[in-house]
Design a protein around this ligand. Structure first.
Ligand code: 4UW
Length: 531
C-alpha cells in the first residue's frame, strides 16, 4: 500500500492524549478561571449568564437530577430544547453525575421523537416550554421515561444559589457522554455515541488550532445546540472563555442587529446564512465591522458565495472566511482551514486537524488514490465515534476493521494536503445544513394507502443547498395530487424535512437488481431536466 497516500494531521500533544479528565472535571477547572466574565447572552432579551452562573446552575441542576429524579451514573437524560443560555448548564449537570445526554431536535413531531426515544430510552426528559406537549405525548406510552420536566422548573433559582463544594461523580473518560442523531450514509437516524475523551480532544484541538479566537472575542452560534456543531461551539466557549450570543431561531433583523450591538467578532455559519450575508439587502443597513472570522461548515459552500461575503462584509478590513468539514460520527470536525491563522485556500475545506488521518479511495475498487484524485473520503483517529448506539451492524458498515470511517462524501486533496469536497454518494440530503434522511421520508410515504412506490432525493437549490423531493408511483387508478402528498408529509415531519422540492409522478422507481434505489439516475434525470 502506498503509505504516502495516507495523510496525517499534526500529532495531538501527549499531555492531551494522556489526560484522564472527564468533561465534568475538565470544565469545572476551566470555568472557575473565567469566573465573573460574561459567558452567554440571550439575543432576544439581552439577559446574560457569567461563567460562574453557568457552573453554579450546573451544580444545582446536577443535585436535583441526582436526588429528586434518581438519575445515576450511565443513565440517559434527554434534552428537547431550542437554543437557550441554560443549555450548557443542563449538559454539564448531566456530565457532573456521570450521565449521558441525548440531544433531540426541538422541531421533532411526536412520531419523530418517539423514534429517538425508543433508541435511547432516557429515564428523564428535560423539555423547553415549546416542546413540552410533544415531549409529554411521546413519553406517555413509553414505560422507560419516568419523568418529563420543563427546563424552567428544573432551573428555577439554580443560577443565583452559590455552590462551594460540589463533588462530581467519578467516570472514566472512555465512557459515552452524549448521543447525537445522524442517519450516517444510509437508513434512518441513528444514535451517535461520543465519549468524554473524543469531545475533550476535539475541543482541545479546536482551541489549539484556532488561537485567533480568544477570551476577548464574542461568538455567535446560530447553529442549533442539539447538533454536534452547536455543542462544539458551547464547549469551545467554555474552554476559551469567550462570550456567546444565543439566538433561539433565525430572524433576519434580530440576527443582524445582534451582530452589530453585541459586536460579534466570530460567526459560526452554515452555507444558507452565507448566501443571506452575500445577497440580502438588509445586510447593508447594519455595521458589521466587528466581524473578523466566519467559520462555515455542514454543507457545500460555493466559491462565489465565499468571495461575495468577503467582498461585501470585509470591505476595507481583514475578514477571514474559514471552512470546516466533518461529520457527527467524527466528533464533528475532520478538516478545517485557517489553522494557526494560516491563509485559507479558496474553495477548500482545509487541512486535517491534529490527530486525524485521512485517505481517498476509489469508488469502484476501494484502492488508495493520490493527490488530486477524487474518491470516497475516509478518516481515522481518536475522535471517531464509539459507534452507533446499540447498533453494531450499522457501526461496522461505516467503520471498517482497520478503524477507517467511510464518510460517503466524494473529495480529494491537493499537493499541499488541502481537502476539497466534490459530491456526496450517501443518501443523505442536507437542507440548510440540517440532515434529512431519504429513508425516513420514504418509509413514511409508503404508509400512504395510495402510494405504491417512492424515492426521495435532494433537489439542488442555491439558497438551501438541497430541497427534499419525492418521486412517487401511485397505486393503479388512485387519485392523488402533489398537494395531497405534501400535506401528508407536512403533518408528520419536522419543518426541515418538508417536500419543498415538490413531487414528481413516475411509472416506476429505478432500482438495481438487489432492489436498492438508484438515486443517481433520478438526480441525473433532474439535471438533464427530463422530468
Ligand atoms: N462541505 C461540504 C462542508 C461540509 C459538508 C459537512 O450533520 P453532519 O453529521 O455534520 C455536520 C458537521 C458540520 C461541521 C463540521 C466541521 C466544522 O468545522 C463545522 O463548522 C465550521 C461544521 O454538518 O453532516 C455530515 C455531512 O455534512 C456534509 C458532508 O456530506 C458530511 O458527511 N458536510 N461539512 N464543509 N459538505
Amino acid at each position: 500500500m502506498a503509505q504516502e497516500n495516507i495523510i496525517h494531521g499534526p500529532p495531538i500533544p501527549d499531555y492531551l492524549l494522556n489526560s484522564k479528565s472527564n468533561l465534568s472535571q475538565h470544565f469545572i477547572r476551566l470555568i472557575m478561571e473565567f469566573g465573573n466574565n460574561t459567558a452567554m447572552v440571550d439575543a432576544h432579551n439581552e439577559s446574560s449568564f457569567t461563567f460562574k452562573n453557568i457552573l453554579n446552575a450546573s451544580f444545582n441542576i446536577a443535585n436535583t437530577l441526582k436526588y429528586e429524579f434518581g438519575i445515576q451514573k450511565d443513565d440517559i437524560v434527554g434534552i428537547f430544547s431550542e437554543n437557550t443560555i441554560l443549555y450548557p448548564s443542563l449538559v454539564l449537570a448531566v456530565w457532573h453525575i456521570g450521565g449521558v445526554c441525548a440531544l433531540f431536535n426541538p422541531m421533532y413531531t411526536t412520531k419523530e421523537l418517539t423514534h429517538v426515544l425508543n433508541i435511547t430510552k432516557p429515564k428523564l426528559m428535560i423539555a423547553s416550554q415549546m416542546g413540552l406537549n410533544i415531549a409529554k405525548d411521546s413519553s406517555k406510552p413509553l414505560h422507560f421515561v419516568k419523568y418529563v420536566c420543563p427546563i424552567d422548573i428544573l432551573c428555577n433559582a439554580s443560577i443565583i444559589e452559590e455552590y462551594t463544594d460540589f463533588v462530581s461523580t467519578p467516570c472514566d473518560n472512555n465512557q459515552t457522554c452524549v448521543i447525537l442523531f445522524s442517519s450516517g450514509t444510509t437508513g434512518l437516524p441513528k444514535g451517535v455515541e461520543l465519549s468524554h475523551k473524543s469531545i475533550f480532544l476535539m475541543v482541545s484541538v479546536m482551541k489549539h488550532i484556532n488561537q485567533m479566537v480568544t477570551k476577548t472575542d464574542t461568538l455567535m452560534g446560530l447553529v442549533p445546540m442539539f447538533h454536534g456543531y452547536g455543542l462544539l461551539i458551547i464547549c469551545l466557549c467554555l474552554s476559551i472563555g469567550s462570550k456567546v450570543v444565543v439566538l433561539k431561531y433565525f430572524n433576519e433583523e434580530l440576527f443582524l442587529k445582534s451582530l452589530e450591538v453585541q459586536k460579534v467578532s466570530v460567526l459560526f455559519a452554515v452555507p444558507p446564512l452565507m448566501v443571506f450575508l452575500a445577497k440580502h439587502p438588509l445586510v447593508e443597513k447594519y455595521n458589521l465591522s466587528c466581524l473578523k472570522i466566519i467559520y462555515c461548515g455542514a454543507a457545500p459552500l460555493s466559491l462565489n458565495t465565499e468571495n461575495e461575503v468577503i467582498n461585501r462584509i470585509g470591505k476595507g478590513k481583514p475578514l477571514n472566511v474559514f471552512q470546516g468539514y466533518g461529520m457527527t460520527e467524527l466528533s464533528m470536525v475532520s478538516t478545517t482551514s485557517g489553522q494557526g491563522g494560516v491563509e485559507h485556500t479558496s474553495g477548500s475545506v482545509g487541512k486535517l486537524i491534529c490527530g486525524m488521518s485521512g485517505k481517498v479511495i476509489d469508488l469502484n475498487n476501494g484502492k488508495l488514490l493520490g493527490v488530486n484524485e477524487s474518491g470516497e473520503l475516509c478518516f481515522k483517529g481518536p475522535m471517531v465515534m464509539n459507534g452507533y448506539y446499540k447498533n453494531p451492524k450499522e457501526t461496522t458498515s461505516i467503520i471498517d476493521a482497520e478503524g477507517w470511517l467511510h464518510t460517503g462524501d466524494i473529495g480529494y486533496y491537493d499537493k499541499n494536503h488541502n481537502f476539497y469536497i466534490v459530491d456526496r454518494i450517501k443518501e443523505l440530503i442536507k437542507y440548510k445544513g440540517y440532515q434529512v434522511a431519504p429513508a425516513e421520508l420514504e418509509s413514511l410515504l409508503l404508509t400512504h394507502p395510495k402510494i405504491k412506490d417512492v424515492a426521495v432525493i435532494g433537489l439542488p437549490n442555491p439558497e438551501a443547498g438541497e430541497l427534499p423531493m419525492a418521486f412517487v408511483v401511485k397505486n393503479p387508478n388512485s387519485t392523488l395530487s402533489e398537494n395531497d402528498i405534501v400535506q401528508f408529509v407536512n403533518k408528520n415531519v419536522s419543518a426541515q424535512k418538508r417536500l419543498r422540492g415538490g413531487v414528481r409522478f413516475v411509472n416506476s422507481i429505478p432500482k438495481n437488481p438487489s432492489g436498492k434505489i438508484l438515486r443517481r439516475v433520478l438526480k441525473d434525470l433532474i439535471k438533464q431536466s427530463k422530468l
